[in-house]
Design a protein around this ligand. Sequence first.
Ligand code: TRP
Length: 446
Amino acid sequence: MAEDSAAPSHEQDVNPWSVEGARTETGEVAAIDYEALAKKWNTSLIDQELLERFERVTGHKPHRWLRRGLFFSHRDFEKILTKYEHGEPFFLYTGRGPSTGSLHLGHTIPLQFTKWLQDVFDVPLVFMLTDDEKALFNDQATFEDTLHFAMENARDIIALGFDVKKTFLYSDLKYLGNHFLMNAWEFSRLITFNQVRGAFGFNESSNIGKIFFPSVQCVAAFATSYPEIWTDEPLPVRSQKIADIACLIPMGIDQDPYFRLLRDNAHRMRYPSPKPALIHSKFLTALQGAGGKMSSSNPNSAIFMTDTPKQIKTKINKYAFSGGQVSVEDHRRLGGNPDVDVSYIYLTYFEEDDEKLEKIYNDYKKGDLLTGELKKLAIDVLQENVQQFQERRKLVTDEVLESYMKPRKLEWRGNPNPVPKPPSEEKPEEKGKGKGKGKDKKLVVL
Ligand code: TRP
């Protein structure tokens, strides 16, 4: 895994703690091959048919990140669409490892996308801050440090606009207990050391916190970990009815190994849950170009959400890898290469207008649009995005923070016009004990 990174040539390595493109014998770093990754991990690619179904079922045009393949892979996303179609309950779960106090643009991608899904589906979201994980995996950080980062990140996350009525945001170090911890212990009993070693590359010298932690990240996808979200009852407990609520997890593809473990074992819990559905994103390209992702440890690789307009301008002008020619004359004559141009790639993430984007692409390729002009377009869009974020961040007071982080019943509506399920579509769901689903989808409360 990460230890191999010093080797002169190696295959690409994507795991929850590091991401590296393949390296050739001459030391060149190749772009991440996402299709190869999807194939290796046996995920499904998001295709046109799925996007069309999404639009039919939700009445929403797919997000530009779906249209343009930034979210490119999934597991069982179509099952979530079926649930939505029939008005059956499900919720969203995502998370963030608070390794620093400030987010960069790359971190916000899965989060902004999750907010959009929350708006489209009108469903609850649980948002985990893994301040436990970040201290376990970094000897330099204390638990106080990562807890502090978690609370700072929480303000950033709130500034992205999640609906407080539908969102429960929590720090592992503060919230874990009760049903959540019971689920984590129960799940840990189902997983052996051999399995986590296989999934994450741990060995006998890994601290035992690391070995247990996957259990924590996994059970967050069980609705039973938060019985208080679903009911007003004073002392809610785990039940089969709650366990039946399905889950969709938006994430960077590097997190997939956790959730394979989860999907393989969800049915083995005392209150079995359906396999959580997953939707995977690529990483935001580093300023230096393909093969790297934005990284907090390399400030010149990333646009930070705290950057000033001037810093953004300087970073793009100075560091953004260009697909242009060396001289204006050559550029006019030969044209540029937008496919490797980081400014263009950033525009594909943040420019909503498909037609405008296509024109930029063609103009650059023809040489009508110069590198400086293309950079200017990217700078404008990024400055705007970051500035709006900073405005909203200022509004996150201590009270606002507290309102998101308080365990409580959430309020949502789901699909306003569900279509009844045709009887032929009624299939027995996951195998597993305790499932006695009748046609009327009345759920057993244990
Ligand atoms: N481990 C993730 C990180 O380091 C944080 C995380 C926890 C997460 N649960 C998640 C990410 C669910 C995506 C989906 O960033």
